[in-house]
Ligand binder design. Structure first.
Ligand code: ATP
Length: 315
């Protein structure tokens, strides 16, 4: 099937993250293979791929934690190798499980961090409010649920007032209500706080309700990068027509060059352009057929995702 990595035409200034030809090899094996990430300001970018696809390796490179084997990374239009400290000051992150002092409260944990990164004390209450931990802020963190710990991790990432938030599988291991809480929290970031977000996940369903654009990687390579809407629009698996005289209608559809078959009283047609569907309906009506229903058959987003990251060819 024809999934494509959309060639983007965007000016560098609109891109908060841009990588070009990014590679990371471990023992001659590419964990990240020629990756061109493009994340637009104000977006929530869903970075997707199955386990081992290379998401964490990419994120670690974006945060300057490991060095790329090859390729360039620009954050806020600046070269990471040249302006690392300046860039990282503007970036908050949550990578793998955050670590805390269990015997300290959320406020105390955030205070230890604030002493390192600076900023006003009042920011602690602000970030606890954003993540909905104000009420629990004076309890020792060791009694927190996993969901609360993840929210505290996001609070810590927000402490330095970042313009960009990078979250590596923030919902990993959470129950459905915990997942929902984190999702709601992330959703608000661009609109309420002006923060661009990159969030990784191995499940499309987890990011589909919040992400604008998604990048899907498989074996270190980008196999799809575009909006969720465009992913959905590529999901048509054909049309179903209910008409008064199916056999005659099928003949007419074949004459117009449509592919398909009769399934009981229904015409099952292969995917085609909207204009061709309109033409077919027009011809049917002109030939005195009654057209009762035209339905588009769509695959679920998860089916599409599995098709992209599965074993089949993608281009
Ligand atoms: P997961 O969701 O399981 O974390 P991922 O998409 O984040 O998966 P990565 O952790 O980036 O994937 O791993 C990508 C590939 O690189 C894997 O095959 C992994 O085994 C390999 N890899 C990652 N780090 C190292 C390392 N330090 N040494 C050797 N191989 C590594």
């Amino acid at each position: 099937m024809g999934f494509k990595v959309n060639p983007e035409v965007m000016s560098v200034s609109e891109l908060v993250i841009q990588t070009k030809g990014l590679y990371k090899t471990y023992r001659n094996r590419a964990a990240v293979d020629n990756l061109n990430l493009e994340i637009v300001k104000g977006d929530i970018y869903g970075f997707l791929g199955p386990n081992g696809a290379g998401k964490t390796t990419t994120i670690r490179m974006l945060l300057g934690l490991i060095k790329p084997t090859k390729g360039s990374i620009h954050l806020f239009g600046k070269d990471l190798t040249k302006e690392k400290m300046n860039i990282l000051r503007r970036t908050g992150s949550l990578v793998e499980y955050p670590s805390y002092y269990g015997h300290l409260t959320a406020v105390e944990n955030l205070e230890t961090l604030r002493r390192i990164i600076g900023g006003p004390k009042s920011r602690i209450a602000e970030v606890l409010d954003i993540v909905g931990l104000t009420k629990e802020a004076k309890r020792p963190v060791k009694g927190y649920s996993l969901g609360m710990k993840q929210r505290l991790g996001i609070a810590a990432a927000l402490l330095g007032n970042p313009e960009l938030l990078i979250l590596d599988e923030p919902t990993n291991g959470l129950d459905p209500s915990g997942i929902q809480e984190i999702r709601e929290l992330i959703k608000n970031m661009p609109k309420q706080h002006g923060i661009t977000v990159l969030v990784s996940s191995h499940l499309l369903s987890e990011v589909e309700q919040m992400a604008g654009r998604v990048g899907i990687i498989r074996e270190g390579q980008m196999v799809f990068q575009d909006t969720i809407q465009n992913l959905v629009s590529q999901s048509s698996s054909g049309f179903r027509l209910s008409v008064s005289e199916p056999e005659l209608a099928m003949g007419l559809a074949f004459d117009m060059g449509c592919d398909g078959k009769l399934q009981g009283q229904m015409l099952e047609l292969e995917p085609m352009q909207d204009a061709k569907v309109a033409m077919l309906v027009k011809r049917l009506v002109e030939n005195q057929h009654a057209v009762y229903r035209v339905e588009e058959k769509r695959k679920s987003l998860e089916d599409i995702f599995m098709e992209i990251v599965g074993k089949g060819s993608v281009q």
